[in-house]
Write a protein that binds this ligand. Structure first.
Ligand code: MG
Length: 396
């Protein structure tokens, strides 16, 4: 008899991270049982995955899909539910040990909370959860991890998984700083003027990592790195100033921790999200890689540079949000989600993204974070205001 299988719920299984998570599950079918799956609206994918993995529970967040004919092909006995509350309920199921939250944007928040509250391991790729509600989620993660006697919150974001690994066996108090690495994105080296004319297809063409559209644009504006800095601040309980962004064009160093004695521990490997996803499942063990191994002889050089804050202003805006804290990161994130969506649909320029975010931040009176309801209200107010800004012809 081997070790019992890890029973996982993959929430947001049709997205980029969800698909890669299921691939890890496929490659380690002897170690992982996929018991629950959710999608927002991709019901065909849900049915296909439920059949392949013999899932017992599935949820569709968008209730307008209740009568979708595809759902009649779900496996016999598979429990089906609808609505975003139903998705969070999957995170609480007794038959689930580990919840992978790969839902994009602020929508992943309640599922992350539900997983922690139910004392499940949370493999978190949804950085927005921590950016928006780190003040609520992190104390909960600490409390429940202590109760469970194990680390419940495992980062899936590649940089944060890397940092987490660089910390293993070390005293975090002896860390001097974190080097948060960044590919620089497809528009690395461009001026503000040049950035005005870039199109969504330019950003989506050649990402270094296999990612969804929203995060690909965030990587191009460097907002992704700004959000990740706030995420790291919460996850590793350190000052924003001690998290330094460093461009590493080849994306082969996934982040580093520099210690007081000058030693720098770096995490290197293939640029493949399946590796950090798998580590969140296998921790503290290491399983055979789900991805091709890195070939250092083919790597050539490793180049480093500093980001350009004048051209890529999202980095500075995220820094301000992280420094001032409270409800401001929620505003940063909501405004960004709306602006990125507008850019993807050719409703604003690339350089309007940071303008929308900045205006929303300027108009907001920062509050101390008290509840999810408060954050949800700020989130929706910001979204409406950002949408109005984009509509206004003068603005763009
Ligand atoms: Mg990342």
């Amino acid at each position: 008899m081997g070790a019992p299988k890890l029973r996982v719920a993959v929430l947001g299984c049709s997205g980029s991270i969800g698909r890669q998570t299921l691939d890890v599950c496929r490659q380690h079918a002897d170690k992982i049982d996929v018991v629950a799956l959710s999608v927002n609206s991709s019901v065909s994918e849900l049915v296909r995955d439920a059949v392949e993995f013999h899932a017992s529970y599935v949820s569709v967040a968008d209730e307008s899909y209740k009568d979708a004919p595809e759902l009649s092909d779900l496996p016999f006995g598979c429990h089906l539910s609808f609505g975003s509350d139903a998705v969070s309920d999957l995170a609480r199921l007794d038959v689930v040990d580990c919840v992978c939250v790969s839902i994009v944007g602020a929508a992943g928040l309640s599922a992350s909370h539900a997983a922690l509250e139910a004392e499940k391991r949370l493999a978190l790729s949804n950085k927005e959860s921590l950016v928006v509600a780190g003040d609520l989620l992190i104390p909960l993660a600490r409390k429940m991890s202590e109760k469970a006697g194990e680390q419940l919150l495992l980062p899936v974001d590649s940089e944060h998984s890397a940092i987490f690994q660089c910390y293993q066996g070390e005293d975090p108090k002896q860390a001097h700083c974190i080097w948060l690495t960044c590919s620089g994105g497809p528009f690395f080296g461009m001026t503000r003027e040049q950035l005005k004319s870039v199109k969504p297809s330019d950003a989506l063409a050649h990402p270094t990592w296999s990612m969804g559209a929203k995060i690909t644009i965030d990587s191009a504006t460097l907002m992704n790195k700004g959000l990740e800095r706030i995420e790291a601040m919460h996850l590793f309980d350190c000052d924003l100033d001690d998290i330094r962004v460093l461009i590493q064009r080849q994306s082969k160093i996934h982040s580093m921790v520099e210690y007081d004695d000058g030693s720098v521990i770096a995490h290197l490997g293939a640029s493949d999200m399946r590796i950090p996803i798998q580590y969140a499942f296998s921790y503290p063990d290491r399983w055979v890689t789900p991805a091709p191994r890195i070939d250092f002889t083919q790597l050539g050089s490793l180049e480093f540079s500093a980001p350009d804050p004048d051209a890529f202003r999202c980095l500075t805006l995220a820094e301000e949000a992280g420094r001032r804290g409270g409800s401001l990161p929620c505003v940063l994130n909501a405004a960004n989600e709306v602006a990125v969506d507008a850019f993807l649909h050719n409703r604003c320029l690339f350089t309007d993204i940071d303008r929308v975010v900045e205006t929303c931040m300027d108009k907001h009176d920062v509050q101390r974070v008290e509840s999810y309801e408060q954050l949800s209200l700020i989130d929706s107010h910001t979204r409406s205001f950002a949408a109005e800004l984009i509509e206004s012809i003068d603005f763009c």
